[in-house]
Ligand binder design. Structure first.
Ligand SMILES: *Cc1c(COP(=O)(O)O)cnc(C)c1O
Length: 394
């Protein structure tokens, strides 16, 4: 039997070269497995790439977001506006600090937080208790909580509409965090993702634009936030503290040197990595445009450079998704529903009492979205195989 005939298409694949493997191996031969030169080099690469004044490497995107939340000073009972259409960590970092996430629905083109609703939410939540009430969860919110900020997410590699977000937030002095974990290299009106809020975070799990295996990084132009985040990453040691002095409550969120070596080498070819992903997305567009039963991803006018993270098609008929998924799997094509609404995750429902129907755009995108195999390593043949499988099913 000729196994070569069945073309296998993995959901995603990291793109790693021998040069990168060698860099990791060289670290292993030194005495610096942590807190050595590679983390500094990796941070420098991000300052150069984004133009940020500060770059702070951490051991996951979630850790980076948590540190941004701590640096914003949000705490128990505070209210922070965020989106229910995201990977769950953007809400979890609020939950860690017992902050009430105030969900604002997505807009249907990009799946990013709806800036018009966000503006209304800011006004209502800074107004009377009666006007605030319609944005609060059915239960579980601190009745004395006040609105303290916004945590917006760049979904699937397209920046949220940050000019509109800041226009709504700035008059009230509300800090804004940008979860850019899916958007390394994306541009918003010519400006780089990551620097669109007060602090921004990238992530490097193996399916992201670059990988460090596990890892994340915070960028900011704010000196105060940077110093605090750097310290909290390292067990709360402030500048000048010795190993056993801890000015702040901190964490061990440090990135190790093997990860930083891999990441530094990946950043040397970031433009190629992003271009390869854009090529695969362009092939998908060619391949799938004529299938009436699906919608392809749309670019917002404000996105001046897409940085493709995943390729999520939307079925016109949500009812068909599970049978389409099963048929694709049978043909050797893995797929995933993307995203599953955060307000309907069991632990969030239990705490805040949300019912289906509360955020209709998020729920609709959640029901119809299907991530198909995607990485910068995909070949034209693999893209054609996915197209052929979809065409066969419809
Ligand atoms: C990947 C991702 C994160 C962070 O993920 P980690 O696995 O903690 O590195 C956060 N938010 C979004 C939207 C993501 O896609």
């Amino acid at each position: 039997m000729d196994f070569q005939q069945q073309i296998s298409v993995p959901m995603s694949l990291p793109d790693i070269t021998d040069k990168e493997r060698d860099a990791v191996a060289r670290v292993m031969a030194t005495n610096y497995l942590s807190m050595g030169p590679y983390v500094k080099a990796f941070e420098k690469a991000f300052q150069d790439f984004t133009g940020a004044k500060h770059a702070i490497a951490v051991n996951s995107g979630t850790a980076g977001l948590h540190l941004c939340v701590r640096a914003a000073g949000w705490q128990d009972g505070d209210r922070v506006i965020t989106t229910p259409f995201s990977f769950v960590s953007s809400t979890n970092v609020l939950m860690y600090e017992r902050i009430t996430p105030i969900f604002v629905d997505a807009e249907p083109v990009t799946g990013n937080i709806d800036p018009v609703q966000l503006k209304a939410a800011v006004q209502d939540l800074t107004g009377t208790a009666a006007s605030a009430a319609r944005w609060l969860p059915p239960k579980g919110a601190d009745p004395n909580g006040t609105l303290k900020g916004v945590l917006a997410v760049d979904v699937f590699g397209q920046p949220a509409d940050f000019d509109a977000i800041r226009e709504a937030a700035d008059p009230y002095g509300l800090p804004v965090i940008e979860d850019a974990c899916e958007a390394l290299g994306a541009m918003y009106k010519g400006r780089p993702a990551g620097l669109l809020g007060d602090t921004g975070v990238f992530a490097f799990y193996p399916n992201k634009q670059i990988t460090t295996a596990e890892g994340g990084l915070v960028v900011t132009n704010d000196d105060r936030a940077a110093a605090l985040i750097r310290s909290m990453r390292n067990q709360g040691r402030a500048e000048g503290d010795t190993w056993l002095e801890h000015t702040y409550l901190g964490y061990n969120y440090r990135m190790d040197e093997m990860s930083a070596a891999l990441g530094t080498e990946q950043m040397n070819r970031i433009d190629t990595l992003i271009a390869n992903r854009a090529q695969v997305a362009a092939w998908y567009k060619e391949e799938l445009s004529d299938i009436d039963e699906i919608e392809l991803p749309h670019s917002a006018d404000t996105t001046t450079r897409d940085s493709w993270f995943v390729y999520v098609i939307r079925l016109k008929d949500a009812e068909r998704r599970s049978s389409v998924s099963a048929k694709l799997k049978a043909l050797g094509i893995p797929v995933r529903p993307y995203f599953s609404p955060i307000h309907l995750q069991p632990y969030i429902q239990e705490k805040f009492g949300y019912e289906p129907g509360r955020f209709p755009v998020t729920e609709d995108l959640g029901r119809r979205g299907l991530a198909i195999p995607f990485s910068g390593k995909m070949t034209r043949e693999q893209v054609s195989a996915v197209g052929a499988a979809l065409r066969q099913i419809f």
